[in-house]
Design a protein. Structure first.
Length: 539
């Protein structure tokens, strides 16, 4: 069977399916005759859970550091807590019910207790109990393929959707691609896939229903196709395509240390987009001229509390030093929309993409904003950092953000801390209003960076995450092209530079148009840089 979706990340993969289950398993209560045997099943599931957690913890310590791995330590402590497992055993004994039901009763009780506590930290422990409960349950039911750990090599993940943090945790040694029901080319899971260099097809609508765990599947990240249980001829055809693709990738490496100059002699900066500090290596290895977009919100994800000023400072300083003297444009927190933080509950909104997000949230929660700005400023003493504000819709908003930045500069001066007082401060143009008023804004900014992912969705009123309207989401729509051109011209008129960090910057069919419009800087997934350089040099 062949399914067509949206090509989200290039390349080919041939592997076996693991379906990521989102739905909760339904537990049926059964009366048990052999209570000892049931307690034995529970004991075994707990031992297996412990072994799995031990491995996850080791990996997390290696990949993410001891602090982030600490959460698994507390999961293990819960598994070892005799009050917890003892309560499940007692429930099996007294109610004579199966271990699954006895376990989930106790988990619900514990979750209820934690959830009703005053203290926020304790309230969050409810999620840990649920996680541990689900792990034991998975071991009891044998449904251990449900998570994203414990995978075999050559796995292709199939899911309704993957959150950005799911994607960030994928083990590249095991996972060779993913397929999802929903999402578009610019949903954050797709962007993460390109960063990880994992081929992906999204927006496949009902792929989770058409496929079983263990099925063989071909993933074609060029055409956006998934072929389920292909025959031998197709397999060898795709093995060949994969080989040709990889050879071409090798060829492009010759461009790594070559300056990108257009046919008319204009020098263009081709930079990379990153989500975490270590991604800088991939950008530099791919011949990037710097970073055009550091999406700092990923520093805030996958954790239980806000990153401190010190932690952020370390990350920004790391990138600044590694890329110095090449520039890095660091975007301030752009949370909201499809990016959420577990410890910062945001109101449920009818239209999250039109709601309380990015600069709107930061200007409202200045304490959070200032922590980041102070960290950024301090890191600017170590390399070529430029600051960029997201989702600016008016001059007032840009000036308000700059005002907070000035406050931070004053504070640091008083504290005798170093920073680059001349650092460039720019904004993203990703709201049509900003593009339309770019002539005015250009007088106040040091640079623009066009965020086409949002600009297109707002201009064409087509949700970037919704595959049902993806046919409307057209980068080459005349309205989008005019806004892009207006923004570039407005910047140049004021002697400022204009970049682009939305996905259009790496879109092979759009690059020639952008060169013609006079775009100065292109920023994209590291893996697209070399191909983009080649195209720019031919235009
Ligand atoms: C954009 O909107 O184009 C952009 C680069 O920002 P993000 O994809 O993070 O919303
Ligand atoms: Mg955006």
């Amino acid at each position: 069977m062949r399914k067509k979706g949206i090509a989200a990340s290039k390349g080919y993969a041939i592997g076996h399916v693991v379906i990521k289950e989102d739905s909760e398993v339904k537990i049926v209560e059964t009366i048990i005759a052999d209570i000892e045997a049931e307690k034995g099943r529970l004991k075994e599931a707990v031992i297996n859970s412990k072994e799995q957690l031990e491995k996850i913890k080791e990996k997390a310590e290696k990949d993410l550091g001891a602090e982030k791995a600490a959460v698994f330590e507390s999961h293990m402590m819960l598994l070892e807590d005799p009050e917890f497992t003892g309560a499940v055993e007692m429930n099996i004994e007294s109610s004579k019910i199966n271990a699954e039901k006895a376990l989930m009763d106790v988990v619900s009780m514990y979750m209820g207790i934690f959830a009703s506590m005053e203290d926020e930290y304790m309230r969050e422990r409810a999620a840990d109990v649920k996680d541990v409960g689900n792990r034991i349950l998975a071991n009891l039911t044998g449904n251990i393929g449900a998570g994203l750990d414990n995978l075999n090599e050559n796995t292709i993940i199939v899911a309704h959707d993957l959150t950005p943090s799911d994607t960030a945790q994928l083990d590249k040694n095991k996972v060779i691609g993913f397929l999802t029901n929903i999402g578009g080319r610019t949903s954050h899971s797709a962007i993460m896939a390109r960063t990880l260099e994992i081929p992906a097809v999204v927006g496949l609508k009902d792929i989770t229903k058409c496929i079983k765990n263990g099925d063989l599947v071909i993933l074609d990240g060029e055409e956006g196709i998934a072929i389920i249980n292909p025959d031998e001829t197709l397999i060898s055809e795709y093995k060949q395509k994969k080989e040709v693709y990889e050879k071409e990738k090798e060829e492009l490496k010759k461009l790594i240390n070559i300056e990108t100059v257009t046919k008319s002699g204009k020098r263009i900066e081709v930079c990379g987009n990153i989500g975490k500090a270590e991604d800088i290596h991939q950008v530099l290895e791919n011949g990037g001229d710097g970073v055009g977009l550091f999406r700092t919100e990923f520093l805030y994800m996958d954790r239980e509390e806000m990153p401190t000023e010190e932690e952020q400072f370390e990350s920004y300083k790391y990138v600044a030093e590694k890329s110095n003297p090449k520039p890095i444009v660091i975007r301030t927190l752009d949370i909201g929309g499809d990016k959420k933080l577990p410890y910062l509950p945001l109101p449920e909104e009818m239209n999250p993409f039109l709601g309380y997000r990015a600069i709107r949230l930061c200007l409202d929660k200045k304490d959070i904003f200032k922590i980041q700005l102070r960290a950024l400023l301090r890191a600017s003493a170590y390399g070529n950092i430029k600051i960029m504000f997201p989702m600016i819709s008016s001059l007032e908003e840009f000036l308000a953000a700059k005002e907070v930045l000035s406050e931070c500069m004053e504070e640091l001066k008083e504290e005798g801390k170093e920073f680059n007082k001349d650092l460039e401060v720019g904004m993203m143009v990703e709201i049509p209003a900003a593009a339309i008023c770019a002539d005015e804004l250009a007088k106040y900014v040091d640079f623009f960076s066009i965020g086409t992912n949002d600009l297109i969705q707002y201009t064409l009123a087509a949700d970037r995450m919704n595959e049902k309207v993806s046919y409307l989401y057209k980068p080459n729509h005349p309205a989008v092209l005019r806004l892009i051109k207006m923004t570039i011209d407005a910047a140049h008129k004021e002697g400022k530079w204009c970049g682009m960090c939305g996905e259009v910057a790496g879109d092979e069919s759009m690059i020639p148009i952008l060169v013609e419009y006079g775009l100065d800087e292109f920023s994209m997934s590291a893996t697209s840089i070399l191909k983009a350089k080649q195209i720019i040099m031919n235009n």
